[in-house]
Ligand binder design. Structure first.
Ligand SMILES: *Cc1c(COP(=O)(O)O)cnc(C)c1O
Length: 394
């Protein structure tokens, strides 16, 4: 059986370089970065180097970068911490409807505390409607948050414009760059964002580590209170090996960014073009190639459930995701696809393929063949297809 991994938006394998760089920090350089002795100083040195490196990649000062346990914590911290810190100024928050569950669930929790959350409008490809955004901002809006690139359909959002609109109204601008970091060139000063989330394991780094950029001068409440770590803003003994691996993975991603972008885009385009040409009744979700993450291809297949396709591909050794890994497992249609205006049937029948730098053209071609067979077989068993299958393509 084949063993093909097309789920890089869910997680990536740790790269050799990061793995090797991390190794000494488990057994030899194991000090607590808060300790006042040589072991501690060695650990601090490694953490400082990692912080300097990542700050350089996104063009912020090292003291504007805070290490966390990953993208979920960074998202939680940005939204909850900012909302609380500025609650006296206002309790109105705006986010996009296609955010990661880490944002949506936090927004829900804040609503229970008395905050009001409004959602930006997105168009059929997932792009934020900037005019609509301007119209929903209120004098008491403190937080405007939109992801830089969507994890499910790959849409790359106009963050610079969103930041300008936020600042014109006195709100702060946050972006979740978990899918974008290491893939797109990111300069937080040029973008004008005030806070930005990142995660290591989406860019060939270790799991359980991430970062939040917080512009100097911004007020933010802590959500993890404890010791004096991360300049007293985020308690918890620093994951030294983790941040070392994160920085090294980020370095490799930056070093190879253009090469990987081109290569992975080529795989994606080949896959998208073949599927659209060879599979009937299929809809590409998200924009066609331009302003789309190079790794992402997401399709809805009419008359069948995404999950059934996922299982058929899994049987053939191909790993993909239905909807986003975070909402699959529930029987709800994807909130992202519903926000894009897809009818429920299509929002149920979606599959995300996310490619990586180790994938090959041969794997892509094999997957197209397996997919074609799986879709045909499932449709033959589908009563819906029998009655409606004659109707025009979607
Ligand atoms: C994966 C992901 C997260 C969560 O990051 P973790 O490090 O897995 O907690 C947040 N936002 C987006 C867009 C993601 O893709």
């Amino acid at each position: 059986m084949r063993n093909i991994y097309f789920d890089h938006a869910a997680t990536t394998p740790l790269c050799e370089e990061a793995f090797n760089k991390m190794k000494p920090y488990f057994t030899q350089i194991f000090g607590n970065a808060n300790s006042q002795h040589a072991f501690g100083r060695e650990a601090v040195k490694a953490v400082d180097e990692a912080r300097d490196a990542i700050a350089g990649f996104i063009n912020c000062r090292p003291n504007e970068l805070y290490f966390t346990s990953g993208g979920t914590e960074s998202d939680n911290w940005a939204l909850r911490g900012l909302a609380h810190a500025y609650a006296e100024k206002g309790k109105h928050l705006i986010i996009s409807p296609i955010e990661h569950a880490a944002m949506l669930s936090t927004a829900k929790a804040l609503e229970k505390e008395g905050f009001t959350v409004d959602f930006m409008k997105v168009d059929a490809d997932g792009f934020v409607d900037l005019e609509n955004l301007k119209s929903i901002i209120r004098p008491d809006t403190t937080f405007i948050g939109c992801m830089m690139a969507n994890n499910e359909v790959g849409t790359i959002e106009p963050i610079k414009e969103i930041a300008k609109i936020a600042h014109a109204s006195g709100a702060i601008c946050f972006t979740d760059a978990v899918q974008a970091a290491g893939v797109l060139k990111i300069d937080v000063k040029d973008l004008g964002v005030d806070m930005m989330s990142m995660s290591s394991h989406k860019i060939y780094g270790p799991k359980g580590v991430g970062a939040l950029y917080i512009r100097n001068g911004l007020k933010i409440d802590s959500i993890i209170t404890g010791g004096h770590q991360e300049r007293m803003k985020r308690g918890g003994t620093t994951n030294v090996a983790g941040v070392v691996g994160f920085a090294e993975a980020f370095r490799i991603a930056e070093r190879d960014r253009e090469k990987n972008f081109e290569y992975v885009s080529m795989l994606r385009d080949r896959f998208i073009d073949r599927v659209m040409a060879e599979v009937p009744f299929v809809k590409l979700n998200g924009p066609y190639k331009k302003d789309r993450l190079p790794a992402n291809a997401d399709f809805s297949f009419r008359f069948i459930e995404g999950e059934s396709i996922l299982f058929s591909l899994d049987l053939a050794g191909i790993a993909v995701s239905s909807g986003s890994a975070c909402s699959s497992g529930s029987l709800e249609p994807s909130h992202v696809l519903l926000a894009l205006g897809l009818p429920e049937g299509l929002a149920h029948g979606s599959i995300r393929f996310s490619f990586g730098k180790h994938n090959t053209v041969e794997e892509v071609d094999y997957a197209v063949e397996v997919l074609k067979q799986a879709v045909n077989r499932l449709r033959e068993m589908s009563p819906l297809f029998k009655t409606e299958g004659e109707i025009k393509n979607v």
